[in-house]
Design a protein around this ligand. Structure first.
Ligand SMILES: Cc1cc2nc3c(=O)[nH]c(=O)nc-3n(C[C@H](O)[C@H](O)[C@H](O)COP(=O)(O)OP(=O)(O)OC[C@H]3O[C@@H](n4cnc5c(N)ncnc54)[C@H](O)[C@@H]3O)c2cc1C
Length: 380
């Protein structure tokens, strides 16, 4: 069911319809404009064909106090089935395109990021090629400082143009904007209409192979049922080991003479979690990379050995801290400061060789101790 409107739609729609540079619809479904193909009707859907048109729409809607939503390429949005009870300002195809001058490009907000990157790479211009797999448009990418594999859009940005919500123009150079990690609060009240970017000259062939590698990575061929079997088997293993531990606890089987075997079991439980964690990265897809990013970010807060953990400041030589982002437990896990090739190699070796070897030895000890301690434990 559509949401109740806080404004009288007809006079506003009439006013907007008179703008020559704006395509206008009422009740347009949003679903076709989002990657997830969801979203109910927008009370008003406006797609300006020029930057001037955007400013004109904003001036009208701001004056009338109509709720505004800026829709880019819709790759990062979950829109309610109830739709949007205001104006959906669509900056897509109508506001796309670019112009190169030397190693710089002026780019309209609706331009798909991948189109710009391909055009730049063709001309031997690098700086964004590792971001090739990020879906969405330039406006959305600037709005959240999109990035991947060590490249961020702010690194190539020279200037951003747009409008404030009241329709007055906005223009800021990169140095004037605080770019955070996937968040740019300074751009919160701004409708971005275009950006200017500076690329670095490089061999087009090299850039293209970097870009193709990244695109192939995002499109890793699934191993189908075998990988699924492995994945579900791994989940089942974690659940089974936890249930086993619960049973052992409830039956008091950690008490003498079984306390040694309880200790071995606890180590095996930790190894099971580590197997699960290291295995998560190996599909090398978006889920894997982000899950391990989050997981290893938590390692930063480990007491004493994490750079942000309690007690890490105790390890100093003079004024020089020993536990830093370049030497802490997160760094050791990843083999670097972010999830990259070194992390993949480390997790592969841990998952396939190191942890299974240690676990196999400990399982041998565990089963041997069960027999030595008098067989399967019952309630004590
Ligand atoms: C499978 C998948 C993988 C992804 N991988 C990455 C990744 O590796 N790295 C990464 O950084 N991001 C990633 N993203 C996030 C996303 O693709 C980016 O944030 C993208 O740049 C959003 O652009 P868009 O045009 O689709 O914006 P939309 O989804 O349309 O909008 C996103 C937000 O930006 C605002 N917005 C859009 N255009 C403008 C504009 N012109 N002016 C002001 N505000 C605007 C919208 O109001 C909304 O709040 C991923 C998303 C998906 C679904």
């Amino acid at each position: 069911m559509a949401e109740r409107l806080s404004f009288d739609i007809m006079p506003i729609a009439d006013q907007l319809a008179r703008l020559p540079e704006v395509d206008l619809k009422t009740g347009e479904m949003i679903a076709p404009y989002t990657s997830y193909q969801i979203g109910g009707p927008a009370a008003i859907w406006a797609s300006p064909r020029s930057e001037t048109g955007i400013g004109q729409v904003l001036a009208i809607t701001h004056k009338a106090g109509i709720p505004l939503f800026i829709l880019g390429r819709g790759s990062n949005l979950l829109v309610s089935d109830k739709g949007w009870p205001g104006i959906m300002l669509y900056l897509g195809d109508n506001i796309s395109g670019w112009r190169f001058a030397g190693n710089e490009a002026a780019v309209l907000a609706g331009t798909p990021l991948i189109d710009l990157i391909r055009a730049a790479v063709d001309q031997g211009l690098g700086g964004m090629e590792l971001m090739a797999g990020i879906p969405g448009g330039i406006g959305g990418a600037l709005r959240m400082n999109a990035g991947a594999f060590g490249q961020e859009i702010q690194q190539t940005t020279i200037e951003i143009k747009g409008f404030r919500l009241d329709g007055t123009s906005f223009r800021a150079r990169r140095e004037e904007i605080n770019f955070g990690y996937r968040h740019v609060p300074d751009l919160d009240p701004v409708v971005i209409t275009s950006g200017r970017f500076r690329f670095k000259k490089a061999a087009a062939g090299m850039l293209k192979s970097r870009m193709d590698d990244i695109l192939a990575l995002r499109d890793v061929t699934s191993l189908g049922i075998l990988r699924e079997l492995h994945r579900w088997g791994a989940h089942a293993m974690v659940i089974t080991v936890m249930l086993h531990m619960l049973r052992v606890f409830l039956t008091g089987s950690y008490k003498p003479p079984r306390e040694f075997n309880w200790g071995v079991g606890v180590v095996l439980l930790v190894l099971t979690f580590l197997l699960s964690f290291t295995g998560y990265l190996l599909p090398w897809d978006q889920l894997a990379i982000w899950a391990i990013t989050v997981g290893t970010n938590m390692a930063r807060a480990t007491p004493f050995v994490g750079s942000e953990g309690p007690g890490s400041a105790l390890f100093m030589i003079g004024d020089v801290p020993l536990i830093t982002a370049g030497s802490d437990v997160r760094f050791a896990l990843l083999g670097g400061k972010s999830v990259g090739a070194a992390a993949l190699m480390r997790f592969y070796v841990l998952h396939c060789v190191a942890i299974p070897l240690v676990a196999a030895v400990l399982m041998g000890v565990h089963f041997w101790r069960i027999r030595k301690d008098g067989g399967i434990s019952g309630p004590l």
